[in-house]
Ligand binder design. Structure first.
Ligand code: FE2
Ligand code: FE2
Length: 351
């Protein structure tokens, strides 16, 4: 894409982006209204010359470039995990280099693709602890490492790359279900003990902290136990990566929103799999229309997130610069798909 076209498209993107931010600010008190960005699931490989690899790079690079043009600027950017494809140091280095162009502070989350080669050694050296919390403008943020599994499964593999490849397969029956685990649940309980029930909580996890489909690990085994720890708070928002598609839901006071990948979309599980008594999508989710399955960037992108009155509105930035919004409707007290109501559609960005 020529620089001039990029600037033209970016201006249109910002025009589309500014409107919902202003609308939200009217409803919220100033200290509780702010924006952050969420980029996730880049799945980078460091192999020179392969065409599809370059395409994964471009998804992340586009997200970084567009994110830098957001106005107002995001307060921070969270990267939602799966920076690497097979956990290699070269892949993580490559990803860190691309992310270093972001002009806002970056917070990192771990995905299974970053972990199961060396059990997170390289990732932790580069990015620090895989679970932590911080306060920002009256909201308490928690980043969890939700992709842990039983020690027994981890230790049964002689070759770490076999372990990594097995976990990397979407539907590999030799994988193992994810969990947050007892140690981290205890940490979460203690971390939250300092906060009143009125404090808005935003939790970032790589896998969904709700059970969607075990066969593809759209799943966290101890999701209900984590939900229980969160349940006393009046406003809880969980935002997760891993599923590479838009989902939303609400369980008790907890609103759930997923994010897209910059690399590729996964299909919705119930498109292909129907079985008795199994739920494959959170009940509120309206599936995105995948109108163009031959456009490899369809249903990929990044998102900016407005926090107002302790709830999150998700703005999904798709590759043709449409801005699809899943807003938290305070009158209905749940996330709702607002279709294209505040969207201007500029000309497509060509990859
Ligand atoms: Fe992923
Ligand atoms: Fe993942």
């Amino acid at each position: 894409m020529k620089r001039r076209d990029f600037l033209k498209n970016s201006a249109a993107l910002m025009a589309a982006s500014i409107l919902p931010i202003n609308l939200v600010e009217v409803e919220a008190s100033e200290e509780q209204s702010f924006t952050f960005a969420f980029i996730s699931d880049a799945h980078l490989q460091q192999i020179k010359g392969a065409k599809f690899v370059q395409s994964w790079d471009k998804g992340l690079k586009m997200a970084v470039a567009q994110c830098n043009l957001l106005d107002p600027k995001p307060d921070f950017v969270i990267f939602g995990g799966d920076l690497a494809q097979l956990g290699k140091k070269a892949e993580l280095d490559h990803g860190a280099e691309i992310l270093s162009a972001l002009r806002a502070p970056v917070k990192m989350m771990l995905g299974e693709h970053d972990f199961y080669l060396d059990l997170g050694e390289a990732w932790m050296k580069m990015f620090g602890d895989p679970y932590y919390s911080f306060d920002h403008k009256g909201v308490h943020f928690v980043v969890l490492n939700s992709i842990l599994v039983d020690e027994g499964w981890i230790n049964k593999w002689k070759d770490p790359m076999d372990r990594m490849r097995t976990m990397a397969g979407l539907d590999d029956p030799n994988g193992s279900p994810f969990m947050v685990g007892k140690k981290q649940r205890e940490w979460l309980r203690k971390d939250l003990a300092k906060y009143s029930d009125e404090t808005p909580i935003v939790v970032f996890s790589h896998s969904p902290l709700q059970k969607i489909y075990k066969g593809w690990n759209f799943w966290t085994d101890d999701a209900e136990e984590v939900q229980k720890i969160l349940s006393r708070f009046k406003k809880v928002n969980v935002i997760y990566g891993h599923v590479h598609q838009i989902q939303y839901n609400k369980i008790g006071n907890i609103a759930f929103n997923s994010v897209m990948s910059t690399a590729w979309p996964w299909p919705y599980p119930d498109t292909y799999l129907k079985a008795k008594n199994e739920v494959y999508l959170p009940k509120m989710t309206v599936k995105m229309n995948r109108a163009d399955p031959f456009f490899e960037r369809d249903a990929t992108g990044w998102q900016f997130v407005n926090v107002a009155s302790g709830r999150v509105d998700m703005h999904y930035i798709l590759p043709n610069n449409t801005n699809r919004v899943v807003k938290y409707d305070l009158t209905k007290n749940r996330p709702v798909d607002t279709k294209y109501q505040d969207c201007q559609i500029p000309p497509q960005i060509h990859y």
